[in-house]
Design a protein around this ligand. Structure first.
Ligand code: ADP
Ligand code: AMP
Length: 217
């Protein structure tokens, strides 16, 4: 099953993707994590992406196409995957459809996680990340041991682009460039909308219930 988790920054895509990947035994493909990992390794791609990420802007579509093409070609994606943070523009969605078609696959469902701006701002200001992709919150989703990832034991950090100016820009960019995808996918008949303001487990249960009705491809 190929699933896109869609929603504004801070809506809980990464949090839900990790849980869904475990339940459905398919990989979690986060373009944000791939870019941050490239930045950590100081690759040319990572250094190029940093210019955009620090300002809260989207990395150009051309850069993302290569990333998603390479990732989907890996054998662990054969039975599908959970996209988190991709697509973010209509051209990216068109590219995804083409790549999946070339591989004889389809996009089964797009889960639109709805969370209002005021909640997004609270979540992002308290978010703490791990390099493994796990995300915590200093109030709403605390790790067992303060500052340490429950999954891999690494030290948590605050993302550079979670500082206030970048966050406001990311929200504006989401509304302008990404939100049109909601109508795009509604028209394709694959959109499911869930209330992302509930507790993490309740959101997970709602998404799982929706996914369980989707026929496996
Ligand atoms: P995204 O991947 O969409 O940017 P994250 O999954 O990183 O969002 O979640 C953003 C922040 O909100 C994190 O600090 C996370 O722990 C917290 N969070 C995620 N889901 C919920 C929820 N349902 N209720 C409260 N906090 C949440
Ligand atoms: P995320 O971890 O999904 O919040 O992404 C962090 C940042 O990485 C975004 O603000 C963008 O700068 C960049 N990014 C991640 N995914 C994409 C994408 N699909 N298209 C463009 N930029 C992206």
């Amino acid at each position: 099953m190929n699933i896109v988790l869609f929603g504004p920054p801070g809506s809980g895509k990464g949090t839900q993707a990790i849980k869904l990947a475990e339940k459905y035994e398919i990989p979690h493909v986060s373009t944000g994590d791939i870019l941050r990992e490239n930045l950590k390794r100081q690759t040319a791609l990572g250094l190029e992406a940093k210019k955009y990420m620090d300002r809260g802007e989207l990395v150009p579509d051309g850069v993302l196409i290569g990333i998603i093409k390479d990732r989907l070609a890996q054998p662990d994606c054969d039975s599908g995957c959970i996209f988190d943070g991709y697509p973010r523009t209509i051209p990216q969605a068109e590219v995804l459809e083409t790549i999946l078609n070339e591989l004889g696959k389809t996009l089964d469902v797009v889960v639109n996680i709805e969370v209002p701006d005021v909640e997004v701002l609270k979540r992002i200001s308290g978010r703490r990340m791990c390099a493994c992709g796990a995300s915590y919150h200093i109030l709403f989703n605390r790790p067992e041991q303060e500052g340490i990832c429950d999954l891999c034991g690494c030290k948590l950090y605050q993302r550079e682009d979670d500082k206030e100016t970048a966050v406001l820009n990311r929200l504006a960019v989401y509304k302008k460039q990404s939100q049109p995808l909601i109508e795009y996918y509604r028209q394709k008949g694959v959109l499911v909308t869930v209330d992302g303001t509930a507790e993490i487990q309740a959101v997970f249960d709602e998404i799982s219930a929706a996914l369980d009705t989707v026929p496996a491809t």
